[in-house]
Design a protein around this ligand. Structure first.
Ligand SMILES: Nc1nc2c(c(=O)[nH]1)N[C@H]1C(S)=C(S)[C@@H](COP(=O)(O)OP(=O)(O)OC[C@H]3O[C@@H](n4cnc5c(N)ncnc54)[C@H](O)[C@@H]3O)O[C@H]1N2
Ligand code: MOO
Length: 421
């Protein structure tokens, strides 16, 4: 078992910066899933477990980019307008034209057809004039126009898909273009997710009148959905009650079939919490205080030998700590690397004051006017205001050193769609 934090990270007075937290994760956790070779069509959204080296170049031959007429550019220099050529034949895609181009001849050619030998320039069909068995081409094209060169996309021997990427439609297209029908991928990470707290219910019959103080569980359905989108094999562990024996039993049971256990709630006052006592008994738990808002408290540890992360209970804090920290752990365990969330820039249209030393994630919408992308802040910042996410496009990332923001200041943001994977 590894050391998850050093004294500095555990010290109650110091806050752990996002980069430090990610570094600890990268240092301490390694790939927890097996590899499997799967049919290409079954690999979408899985993480590639091998480098793919191009077995040949693409395109494999010089070919035409348009429907038109192919000529030898050298012939033009020996002619004067009108540039009229005798037609020699037709080169079709999927068939190799058998003969070399004759001097002062043109070959009718279709998009994708291999260039017959001596053909180096193609004129688009609609720019040419056809008279019986002759074709007149316009002046003004450069040598090589409308052709595609062998190897201009992929070079034989090149690493074309890298181990650790999550396979997107374009990657599957590239693999197919190289004739690959199977890829070796990491099997989906198995994650069991729990909510915790006596106020949390799943009961469809719950009535706010009769059961004052109770609320419906929003964290587990939301986190399950986030994990699904990342190709994770998620098991819903339900709600952990305030009952040590039940918590122990449920966590130990989950550790038999999961590669990672996530819970939400009960991390801010860990010292008096049942979770802390139980996990200390059956594994290890560290309480981190992150230098972010929302989402300061976070627990990291192991249940037996299985990695565990405890997210804060407030739904937006849960979402943000998932996006900026737990997402990195999921990537690390699932073999996805290097992993980074994309960060873009916009111009703030609002004022904001913040404390130095904490990175803040504000929920923003984005509009574009006169080519400028503007960020508008959701009016309320509370970590329990889940509709701040449904009404936003992105999380603005305000750096630790910033103390105030004015309209017109540059601002960085992570699109929610990128977090959704
Ligand atoms: N004395 C202190 N109190 C709090 C601190 C602190 O440092 N000292 N930190 C605050 C911050 S910041 C956060 S975030 C929360 C995190 O608390 P916990 O992780 O212990 O979460 P809970 O207390 O269990 O719940 C907080 C809040 O979220 C609601 N919740 C919890 N689980 C769910 C769920 N599955 N679905 C919907 N809502 C959920 C819960 O009802 C509470 O309202 O602590 C602050 N307090
Ligand atoms: O993690 Mo708490 O705000 O930061 O709700």
């Amino acid at each position: 078992m590894v050391q998850l934090s050093d004294d500095c990270c555990n010290a109650s007075s110091s806050l752990l910066r996002v980069e430090q937290a990610r570094e600890i994760i990268q240092r301490n956790f390694s790939i927890a899933v097996l590899k499997k070779t799967l049919s290409l069509e079954d690999t979408e959204n899985l993480v590639l477990a091998e480098d793919i080296i191009a077995p040949f170049s693409l395109p494999p031959h010089d070919n035409s980019a348009v429907d038109g007429f192919g000529i030898s550019y050298a012939d033009l220099a020996k002619m004067s307008p009108p540039y009229q050529f005798a037609l020699q034949g037709t080169a079709k895609a999927g068939h190799v034209f058998p003969d070399p181009l004759l001097p002062f001849h043109a070959i009718k050619i279709f998009t994708g057809a291999v260039l017959p030998s001596n053909v180096d320039t193609i004129y688009m069909l609609e720019d040419c004039e056809i008279n019986g068995d002759k074709v007149t081409v316009p002046a003004g094209l450069k040598k090589g126009s409308n052709t595609r060169q062998a190897g201009e996309d992929i070079t034989k021997g090149q690493v074309i898909l890298h181990q650790g990427i999550r396979l997107r439609p374009s990657h599957i297209g590239v693999a197919a273009s190289l004739g690959l029908t199977a890829l070796t991928c990491y099997m989906p990470l198995r994650v069991t997710i729990f909510s915790s707290g006596d106020e949390i219910t799943r009961s469809s019959q719950m009535s706010y009148k009769k059961e004052a103080g109770r609320i419906f569980d929003s964290n587990t359905p939301m986190l399950k959905s986030l994990l699904h989108r990342l190709g994770v094999d998620v098991t819903d562990g339900g709600v952990l009650p305030d009952h040590p024996q039940t918590i122990r039993y449920k966590l130990q049971e989950a550790s038999q079939r999961a590669d990672l256990i996530i819970s939400s709630g009960g991390v801010s006052v860990g010292e008096e919490d049942h979770m802390k006592a139980v996990i200390t008994e059956i594994g290890k738990i560290d309480f981190w205080r992150l230098a972010i808002k929302p989402g300061k408290p976070l627990a990291m540890g192991y249940i037996g030998q299985i990695p565990y992360v405890g997210l804060p209970g407030n739904p937006v804090a849960s979402f943000v700590t998932f996006a900026v920290i737990a997402r990195f752990l999921v990537a690390q365990l699932g073999g996805e690397r290097p992993f980074n969330l994309p960060v873009y820039n916009a111009i703030a249209d609002f004022s904001y004051q913040k404390k130095i030393g904490r990175r803040e994630y504000l929920r923003i919408t984005l509009t574009r006017s006169e080519g400028i992308l503007k960020a508008h802040k959701f009016p309320r910042e509370g970590a329990g205001i889940l509709t701040s996410l449904t009404n936003s496009h992105a999380l603005a990332e305000l750096p630790e050193r910033l103390t105030s923001l004015s309209p017109g200041d540059p601002i960085s943001f992570i699109p929610l769609e990128a977090i959704y994977g």
